[in-house]
Design a protein around this ligand. Structure first.
Ligand code: PLP
Ligand code: COI
Length: 354
């Protein structure tokens, strides 16, 4: 149990008006906790949102030893505030930390810190349909040292941003670029970890995709460049001939919490679900024979995001009729319904912020 010291701002900011966009506006407070080797995590505190003062020699700036998470707080119809499966973000934090040689944080401390900072800024949770408070926990290596080594000091911070849809398209299907040159991750690398380096590695392909008129990149496996992995900020699902199919967790893709929720819900509905390898050739064939019925991404920021177009080299596959597919819409309604407290929380995923 953390003993969190709270210093409230004396200068609260005006709340935003109009469309929020994603990740551009920050709340009044943030959580910070230090780590020092020999002392462990210490000095957990909530302070007014502020700039940091750091040595330019901090190891994070040079060798990228850092991690981040993403989750959301929602205002329920009952006026209470809720988190969605924050323990899963705490567990994934420690899986990432192990890969990056960052010290673990007990899951209950992680969840307590998230709850405490959301509580302080509870009135920043937006209530317009499709909006929520995006929460960004992250850890950086702060030791000032230019040798390539494991840092002896860290900062764990949580900042928050009232946000709307991640994609400008909202629930309109997005176009996705299947990248055939660059790769994001390989087995044995950091693909399953949520660390900035994976996103830095993705930017050159993202620029290509944007230049080609597509919203995001769909990665292929880094060895054969044959099998579907995931999208830049979400996992990917296909409805092929009545079955819900998604790439298996193979070490190079992020084990998404929304992915896990979608699989659980689909199995609960009795739909046939497969976690397996899916080749890009299989998709092209399924599209040609009319069996590629729906494509959607899943993620905290992206929620359930329908895909209307997939480009691979000279092939452009159009999916559906420009509208969200039936299962995608039903999943969007169910996931957000549970998150907002409109539907029964039969899997015990919601945590009230107290
Ligand atoms: N894959 C990548 C690369 C992501 O950045 C995200 C977003 O967090 C996801 C998948 C989806 O994960 P989650 O559902 O836990 O947000
Ligand atoms: C999230 O969905 O929480 C993510 O971390 C995606 C992010 C890269 C915007």
């Amino acid at each position: 149990m953390l003993d969190i010291k709270i210093t409230r701002t004396t200068n609260p900011k005006a709340k935003p008006e109009g469309p929020l966009g994603f990740g551009k506006i920050f709340t009044d407070h943030m959580f910070i906790m230090n780590y020092t080797e020999g002392k462990g995590w210490h000095d957990p505190r909530i302070v007014p949102y502020q700039d940091l003062t750091l040595s330019p020699a901090c190891m994070v700036f040079h060798y990228g030893q850092e991690m981040f998470e993403g989750l959301k707080a929602y205002k329920g119809e009952d006026g209470k505030s809720y988190l969605f499966r924050p323990d899963m973000n705490g567990k994934r934090t420690n899986n990432t930390n192990d890969r990056l040689c960052i010290p673990q944080i007990p899951v209950e401390d992680f969840v307590q810190a998230v709850q405490a900072v959301v509580k302080v800024d509870e009135d920043w949770i937006p209530t317009e349909p499709g909006t929520s408070l995006y929460i960004r926990p992250f850890i950086i290596a702060t030791e000032p040292f230019l040798g390539v080594d494991v840092s002896e000091t860290y900062l764990f911070m949580i900042i928050m941003s009232p946000s709307g849809a991640y994609y400008a398209e909202g629930l309109k299907p997005v176009g996705i670029w299947i990248e055939d040159d660059y790769v994001r991750a390989v087995k044995g690398g950091m693909g399953y970890a949520k660390t900035g380096g994976n996103y830095a590695a993705s930017l050159a392909a993202q620029v290509k995709a944007h230049d080609g008129g597509y919203s995001q990149v769909l990665w292929l496996d880094g060895v054969e460049r044959k099998y579907i992995e995931e999208v830049g900020a979400m996992n990917i699902f296909f409805k092929i001939d009545g079955k819900i199919v998604t790439p298996e967790l193979n070490g190079s893709i992020l084990p998404g919490i929304t992915r896990d929720s979608v699989l659980t819900i689909c199995r609960d509905w009795g739909l046939p679900v497969e976690e397996r390898k899916i080749s890009v050739d299989e998709l092209i064939e399924a599209q040609k024979t009319g069996k590629l019925e729906e494509v959607f991404g899943s993620g905290t920021a992206a929620v359930i995001s329908p895909v209307g177009k997939l480009r691979y080299k000279d092939d452009v596959m159009t999916i559906g009729n420009g509208e969200i597919g039936e299962i995608s819409q039903k999943l969007y309604d169910t996931v957000t319904g549970i998150q907002l407290g409109k539907l029964e929380d039969k899997f015990g995923w919601r945590l009230e912020v107290k």
